[in-house]
Design a protein around this ligand. Structure first.
Ligand code: HEC
Length: 150
């Protein structure tokens, strides 16, 4: 039962990763926009690692869970400052509503940090899966209001 499912999931991750790279950073000329995209990509890379672990595709490693969750919280702490100036770029997917309702934006960032910190120390795949579920909701919540969907 374990033999085929992970291979399919990995294929999905690989294509998602390629799509992200192609859509994300190519042709971005504003370095401020590039910096905030790179922070998001770094967060997403940690989530990807943790998701593979929760699914049993890579061995569960409690120390790695803690490192990745802390990395998400640390990068998340930079998000308000990275997005504070209303910088634009033709490649940016940031919604202008960020700068209409910046306090709300910072609250969504705080929710992500809190969820990542709550995931520190998740002791097995099940706890990690639950923590990722909560964390994933905080990504969706902010993207739903503040990221242009395409
Ligand atoms: C506080 C709001 C907020 C939170 C929380 C948030 N994001 Fe984002 N994210 C954004 C915005 C805004 C953009 C668009 C940035 C741009 O294109 O200028 C973005 C862009 C991205 C991108 C595309 C980056 C690129 O290269 O263009 C990825 C991937 C991403 N987020 C993943 C995540 C994940 C995973 C989480 C949760 C663990 C998360 N984000 C949490 C606001 C947020």
């Amino acid at each position: 039962m374990n033999r085929f499912v992970p291979a399919l999931a990995l294929t999905a991750f690989a294509s998602a990763g390629l799509a992200g790279a192609a859509l994300g950073h190519g042709g971005v000329s504003n370095p401020m926009v590039m910096a905030r995209m790179e922070a998001m990509s770094a967060i997403a890379a940690e989530v990807k690692t943790l998701t593979k672990m929760a699914r049993g595709e890579v061995a569960f490693d409690a120390a790695e869970v803690t490192r990745a969750m802390e990395a998400i919280a640390t990068t998340g702490a930079q998000v308000p400052a990275l997005f504070e100036a209303p910088e634009t770029d033709p490649k940016s997917e940031a919604s202008p509503t960020i700068w209409v309702n910046y306090p709300e934006f910072t609250q969504r960032a705080a929710a992500m940090i809190e969820a990542a910190e709550a995931g520190v120390g998740a002791g097995d795949e099940f706890a990690l899966d639950a923590a990722l579920g909560t964390l994933g909701q905080t990504c969706k919540s902010c993207h739903g209001s503040f990221k242009i969907q395409n």
